[in-house]
Design a protein around this ligand. Structure first.
Ligand SMILES: [Zn+2]
Length: 290
């Protein structure tokens, strides 16, 4: 029998992963406020049509703005170190270090053995939305043709996984480089049964999400074929791909350079400082000693 919501336990335990004040999980907010408010110079602008993706390079010290153009639309975002694709966004660790959705001052952490912020969020027009806690979802990952085939028994080539794959091929990357995403503008979370749900994207034209590139980045963004996710993609109430099409819109991307005087205060992040040998010294493993 399912417990009534009123008898549910609430969890008030502190976050497991914390740094000391001023440490890596406590960035200088006033610096990022100055970044967000600084005079900016447009260097790239493009729109990503429905059910497609684009990859683009961003120099460290730039600002990236993702925005709603015509209507609500979810975007699936991947980030790599431009010079080393093995260093890429690590959604699972970012969930632990930040939270299950991302907003201003949260950072995109990179995979091991690098573990540094690839980018920091500096603006989020939906930060004050009543459902802000479940917007810009970090729990779920990209839609893909394999799970679609499994659940819906037909092949579809324009899921985010495939869109991202096509977009990164010209950059020398493959399907194996596509990784767990940030679902920008996506309303999603865990329901009372702790199941993953998605709801209608609240972004309206002009809504935006901005991040500061802490290293040279390759970014890729897919316009999810589910569009605003207001209709079901799978199960007995699933809408057809044609019905879903009515809920699809393009997304806009802008990249800006920033004035030198603002960047003078910025120290690019270093990779993780761990210099150990994982318990191996020479050719044999040493037993643990306190
Ligand atoms: Zn998708």
């Amino acid at each position: 029998m399912t417990a009534e919501p009123s008898s549910r336990r609430s969890y008030t335990q502190p976050a497991a992963y914390q740094s000391l004040p001023g440490g890596p999980l406590d960035p200088d907010r006033s610096f990022y406020d100055r970044i967000a408010g600084a005079e900016r110079t447009l260097t790239q602008r493009f729109e990503i049509p429905i059910r497609s993706a684009q990859a683009w390079e961003v120099p460290a010290g730039s600002l990236v703005r993702l925005y709603s153009v015509e209507g609500p639309q979810v975007g699936d975002l991947n980030l790599w170190n431009l010079h080393n694709p093995r260093e890429r966004f690590w959604a699972a660790r970012t969930r632990q270090l930040q939270r299950a959705s991302m907003t201003t001052y949260d950072r995109f952490w990179s995979t091991l053995p690098y573990l540094r912020p690839l980018a920091t969020v500096v603006a989020d027009s939906l930060a004050d939305h009543p459902d802000a806690e479940v917007i810009h979802d970090l729990l779920g990952t990209r839609c893909d043709p394999y799970v679609n085939r499994m659940l819906a028994d037909y092949d579809f080539d324009y899921h985010c996984h495939s869109n991202l794959t096509r977009a990164i091929l010209p950059h020398g990357l493959t399907e194996f480089d596509v990784h767990d995403v940030l679902n920008v503008f996506q309303f999603a979370g865990l329901n009372d049964r702790r199941e993953y749900f998605m709801d209608s994207c609240p972004a309206r034209p002009g809504d935006h999400f901005e991040f500061f590139a802490e290293v040279d980045l390759l970014c890729a963004l897919s316009t999810c074929p589910g569009g605003d996710l207001s209709v079901h993609m799978w199960g007995p109430e699933a809408a057809s791909t044609e019905e879903q099409l009515e809920h699809c819109h393009p997304l806009g991307v802008e990249v800006y350079s920033l004035p030198d005087e603002v960047l003078a205060e910025w120290t690019p992040p270093q990779t993780a400082a761990y210099q150990g040998h994982r318990g191996r010294h020479g050719l044999v493993s040493e037993p643990y000693r306190a």
